[in-house]
Design a binder for this molecule. Structure first.
Ligand code: ADP
Ligand code: MG
Length: 697
């Protein structure tokens, strides 16, 4: 097996393998479950399990695991062996339908936000047959959802599948109104572009901040950063190229359609983009991609850093969630069609997204909120914390024409009426010019750009799917049974544009004036996780998400709690790491250097009594002062960390972290970074920004 076409998907129990290894009857029945969500009976499950096991064993597997995505944001697996004792003392390899469908990991230490008391710690995992099983190492991994015994979701996949179902249901109602009766289902698709940094492993290991927190907590700017923009799409260095080649190979074996790899704007920053696929598969694949990236990097003496802001002063890493809706008959609902009717259909789906994004700006912001991503959003960087939509001039002008019943220059007819005129096809280059928008229409899909590089994409897609399902539901409720469909449709689209045009913004999203303008428009601007997260429980949000059965209220409360708790823990670990580094590394290093310089001055005076010793004096004076400041700021930070122990409410704790811990960390960093610039390289106790960012050849 050498060629890509042969190795691609070789470790996946995909359709090809199913067809070859299952009886026609079992295959048909499984296929129906996959496509239409019909229940699987146990005899079919047994047959599938047995074929899966044989295939896995033939490919070197000895164990199986129910692979799931707990709320920690990473994936979890507990390996069970296939072996079962046989009566004659030997073992046989076995795997039953029951074991395939349901697993019971001891899950007491996964976060549940209070849903599951520890005495009933057992949750269960349920097979997601829509995402193919695959082999990792010697283990057959079965993608599963993870729930409590009460049926409450304890993972990220369950609500994602529910949100896809909600959108499917409402989208079908709209399609039926347009007379599309042959469509069986509507699915959302996602292509997530993943950014990351590659750092030399030896250097990485010398930095406690990177090791413990994934980002640098200290570090003066290197003389060169990204100002020359010579890294973006630049020539890929040999070590990085070797990493990328192996990464692609590993991903291809898992059936992950890794397509493009290139250098990003910041030095040492790169990007990987897969070809888009159904949302829950794309989500599984993105989790796997992040995991495999880290594994493969180690093989090359590198560390793949997925933190949103590993380095101050250079771009952070995000993830672009390219999102669209398509029918099983192959129609992309966000693509303008060939006929006026298709165009009206396109416009209503477009409007559904506009309405959704405006009404649920807060949910979208919440869906990407983590301590790490706060350093990008709301800071002076790629997308602001304000959610807005970029449509491009052409589409914006069309909507304007519809809203005001004015002629649109782009069409032959004088007035643009729905169901009459043919819309122009939007060429990519007219829609994709704006790279600063958090939510951009790019021809036939939307690109949600606020996700952090380490985020699971499920959260963003849960909110997006649900919010769009809600718009579609409102439309369907209004349109079903009206006498004049075209007229009602036209009015509804007009109304959506009128009501929600404040969310449309084609300008530069990084610009300070936009933030002011956005405030005037009444758009939300939640700069930090503590600012936005509590709004998850706002009445309108709870009502919407529970009405579509995406979350129960209990699940929402638990998630809010977990996210805030995660925020607090993350920052406290960072603060503790800073204290440790300041006391045990930075202060002793500066002290040693000061000692060396002082000694030199004394020696100089001995041999050259007239020497001014200006350099030594200045250096020792400045550094001594800075050392006092470093000590002072370290002690203050320690005090602030201590105070947190007296706060029991997680929301209050998150506010304390936002308002006191993070600013104090910033102050400590500032004085330590200044000391770095005055200390000789060989005394500095860990690799500098220059070494980290330009160290990989
Ligand atoms: P870029 O944004 O870097 O210019 P592309 O727009 O070509 O690159 O693709 C970005 C990502 O969008 C890819 O992962 C691609 O597969 C995905 N994509 C393309 N079409 C769709 C679609 N209809 N739905 C969802 N994702 C899509
Ligand atoms: Mg992109």
């Amino acid at each position: 097996m050498n060629t890509v076409t042969e190795t691609f998907g070789s470790l996946v129990f995909d359709d090809r393998v199913m067809k070859a290894n299952l009886s026609a009857k079992v295959y048909q029945s499984l296929k129906k479950t996959i496509d239409e969500g019909t229940e699987l009976d146990l005899s079919v499950a047994n047959a599938v399990a047995s074929a899966m096991k044989d295939w896995a064993v033939a490919n070197g597997a000895t164990h199986f695991t129910h692979w799931f995505q707990p709320l920690t944001g990473i994936t979890a697996e507990k390996h069970d062996s296939f072996i079962t004792p046989a009566p004659d003392g030997r073992v046989i390899m076995e795997f039953s339908g029951k074991e395939l469908i349901k697993g019971e990991p001891d899950a007491s230490s996964f976060p549940s936000g209070g849903i599951r008391a520890t005495f009933e710690a057992r949750g269960y995992t349920a097979w997601d047959p829509t995402s193919y099983a695959f082999i990792k190492g010697k283990t057959l991994c079965i993608p599963t959802a993870f729930c409590s015994y009460g049926g409450e979701a304890l993972d990220k996949k369950t609500p994602l599948l529910r949100s896809m179902e909600a959108l499917n249901k409402q989208a079908l109602r709209i399609l039926r109104l347009f007379g599309n009766n042959d469509v069986k289902y509507v699915r959302t698709s996602v292509g997530p572009e993943q950014e990351y940094f590659l750092i030399d492993k030896e250097m990485f290991d010398k930095r406690k901040d990177l090791v413990f927190t994934g980002r640098t907590l200290f570090g003066a700017k290197a003389p060169k950063g990204q100002e020359m923009e010579d890294h973006y799409f630049g020539v890929i260095k040999p070590r990085v190229a070797a990493f990328m080649a192996e990464l692609n190979e590993e991903l291809w074996k898992l059936g992950i359609l890794a397509k493009t790899e290139h250098n990003e704007v910041a030095p040492a920053q790169h990007e990987l983009a897969p070809i888009y696929t159904t949302t829950n598969i794309a989500t599984d694949h993105n989790q796997l991609t992040m995991e495999i990236m880290q594994k493969v990097a180690l093989k090359h003496g590198l560390v793949c850093v997925l933190h949103e802001k590993p380095f101050a002063g250079v771009n952070g890493s995000g993830k672009h969630n390219n999102w669209s809706m398509a029918t099983d008959t192959g129609v992309n609902l966000l693509s303008p069609g060939e006929t006026p009717y298709e165009n009206a259909q396109f416009l209503i789906f477009l409007c559904a997204v506009i309405k959704a994004v405006d009404n649920y700006q807060d949910l979208l912001r919440i869906s990407v909120a983590t301590a790490g991503n706060d350093h990008r959003l709301g800071a002076n960087e790629a997308p602001p914390a304000v959610v807005s939509i970029f449509l491009g001039d052409e589409l914006a002008a069309i909507l304007e024409a519809i809203e005001s019943d004015k002629p649109y220059a782009g069409t032959k007819k004088t007035t643009l009426k729905l169901g009459v005129d043919v819309l122009p096809k939007f060429a990519r280059d007219t829609t994709d010019r704006n790279r600063t928008s958090p939510f951009a229409f790019t021809g036939n899909k939307f690109e949600f750009r606020m996700l952090g590089s380490s985020n699971s994409i499920s959260c963003a897609n849960i909110m997006l799917n649900s919010a769009v399902a809600e718009s579609l539901k409102i439309y369907a409720d209004r349109l079903e049974g009206v006498d004049n469909f075209e007229q009602s449709l036209h009015e509804m689209i007009k109304k959506t544009i009128k009501d929600h045009k404040r969310i449309l913004f084609n300008g530069n999203g990084y610009d300070e004036t936009w933030i002011e303008e956005a405030e005037k428009r009444g758009l939300m601007n939640y700069r930090t996780t503590p600012d936005c997260m509590p709004h998850l429980l706002d009445k309108k949000n709870v009502e919407m998400l529970t009405s579509h059965k995406v979350f129960t209220e209990t699940e929402l409360k638990s998630r809010c709690e977990i996210m805030l708790d995660n925020y607090c823990k993350t920052v406290v670990i960072e603060a503790n790491t800073m204290v440790d580094m300041a006391r045990k590394q930075i202060l002793p290093a500066v002290e040693a250097y000061v000692k060396e310089v002082s000694k030199t001055a004394v020696a100089k005076k001995q041999f050259a009594p007239d020497a001014s010793c200006e350099y030594e004096k200045k250096t020792v004076t400045k550094l001594s002062l800075l050392m006092e400041q470093i000590l002072d700021k370290t002690e203050t930070l320690e005090d602030e960390i201590m105070k947190l122990k007296f706060i029991s409410d997680v929301k209050q704790e998150s506010y304390a972290i936002r308002d006191s811990i993070l600013p104090k960390m910033g102050e400590l960093r500032a004085v330590a970074d200044e000391a770095e610039t005055l200390t000789a390289d060989k005394y500095w106790p860990f690799p500098t920004y220059g070494e980290l960012l330009f160290g990989v050849k």
